[in-house]
Write a protein that binds this ligand. Sequence first.
Ligand code: CTP
Ligand code: CA
Length: 224
Amino acid sequence: ENDLKEKAPLFGKKILVSAGPTYEKLDPVRFIGNFSSGKMGIEIAKEAMEMGADVTLVCGPSSISTTNYNINRIDVVSAMEMKDAMESQFENADIVIMSAAVADYRPATMAEQKIKKNDENLTIELVKNPDILKGLGEKKTHQILVGFALETNNELEFAKGKLEKKNLDFIVLNSMRDEQAGFQKNTNKITLIPRNGNPVAYEAKNKTEVAKDILNFILENYKI
Ligand code: CTP
Ligand code: CA
């Protein structure tokens, strides 16, 4: 039994991870999106699987394949689709890690036909997307709920604010100030901020190692 605990510390645990950007459609051929590659969340999903977990990955548009892994992948496009997928999987999960870069806004309307170029200026009205993670925080019962925060300034303060507002157990702060952190990079520099306790800052590492740090932090600090 000790052997299993060592080799597969997440054996029997259900982990739900979101990854990637969301694309918000403007017309049949265009969208508003962001540069998230999906790599961070996908590495978390892979490492959780290596640690023996039963993994569901809700993934926005990403070119990274997971077909060689034993991961239940649900592909989505928009924030609204991601919300539905996360909500449908939430109750069953023991650990939920929201690493997706969800678009904060979507176009107020989607044009049925391709938008034609006419005037010199074009204004697009956007409406706010629902906060998926905040919604999960309100529904939380037994789940360990983890969010990400991308900040450029007042990092600790803003990240702590999100931790509270979204009812998280801890938040992964990603510093955009660091050259080794962020979108389209293979490395990341994180600080883990728990609800109760002091922030833990990590060195810049590749995203596989960062994924391990996040999962080990859960194993060491939370009852699952
Ligand atoms: N998030 C979410 N749904 C949204 C926006 C964000 O679930 N509509 C999640 C992200 O996946 C992340 C966390 O909330 O885990 C924080 O995202 P972030 O963009 O850093 O913060 P926001 O709350 O969107 O605030 P802002 O962008 O204004 O800093
Ligand atoms: Ca945001």
